[in-house]
Design a protein around this ligand. Structure first.
Ligand SMILES: [Zn+2]
Ligand SMILES: [Zn+2]
Length: 229
């Protein structure tokens, strides 16, 4: 579990995906919501912290390992669900549009229909449709939306207090840190989206998959590696 002050960041493994509970004085924000059927882990984590004031569920993109339990958490906590407007329709249809695959992505792509039939993601109509640069307007938490298209058309990072970046599937730390290499609806945009994130100069980057947060210095090195791929 990562722990930074203001806000405190609690990392949750929710089935196939990783989610983050941000704890700050006037409430909590959940970034992503894992696979379907993982809502009890979110509720348990909040109980452990003695909190019940979930203010928002921010979804980085419309893949079932990121929004899968969001409908259930919304029912249990009453918090609104927010996603970039370009991914809202796919989430409302409970579709996971992966685009084209590379490398290990080919194997995962073959397994996806089975995962969908087993996990049965729930269609989810967002409460808030987000735009690039939008401030989420949460008291004592500065949280802005950074549109990083490529993996999906509406992939977005959440930039918190100008120093923490929640990157969804743009950045992965499974194995060595890297930008998205498995799935993209538009591969040509991944590089520029990584550069957009680098330009924010976050101190820490929290990936959608992987065990650890990435230090900002490591993020700055990523693009060189990507260009040389
Ligand atoms: Zn994804
Ligand atoms: Zn993912």
């Amino acid at each position: 579990m990562f722990d930074h002050t203001n806000p405190r960041v609690h990392s949750l493994r929710l089935g196939l995906g990783r989610a983050y509970l941000l704890e700050f004085p006037s409430g909590m924000v959940l970034v992503d919501c894992g696979s379907p059927g993982q809502e009890h882990k979110v509720i348990r984590a909040m109980h452990r912290l003695g909190r019940s004031d979930l203010r928002l569920i921010f979804i980085t993109h419309a893949h079932l390992d990121h929004y899968g339990s969001a409908a259930a958490v919304r029912r249990l906590c009453g918090a609104p669900v927010a996603i970039h407007r370009l991914d809202a329709a796919a989430m409302a249809r409970a579709q996971t549009e992966v685009g084209t695959a590379r490398s290990l992505g080919h194997i995962i792509r073959i397994a996806l229909p089975l995962a969908e039939s087993l996990l049965r993601p729930e269609p989810l109509q967002a409460d808030l449709l987000l735009e690039d640069g939008e401030d989420l307007g949460i008291a004592d938490l500065k949280a802005t939306v950074l549109h990083v298209p490529g993996h999906t058309a509406g992939s977005a990072c959440l930039i918190v207090q100008d120093r923490l970046a929640f990157a969804g599937d743009l950045i992965l730390t499974t194995g060595y840190p890297r930008s998205q290499k498995f799935f993209a609806q538009d591969w040509s945009l991944i590089s520029s989206s990584v550069r957009r994130l680098q330009a924010q100069h976050p101190e820490w980057v929290y990936p959608g998959h992987g065990k650890s947060a990435l230090h900002g210095d490591e993020l700055q090195k990523l693009e060189a590696r990507k260009i040389n791929d």
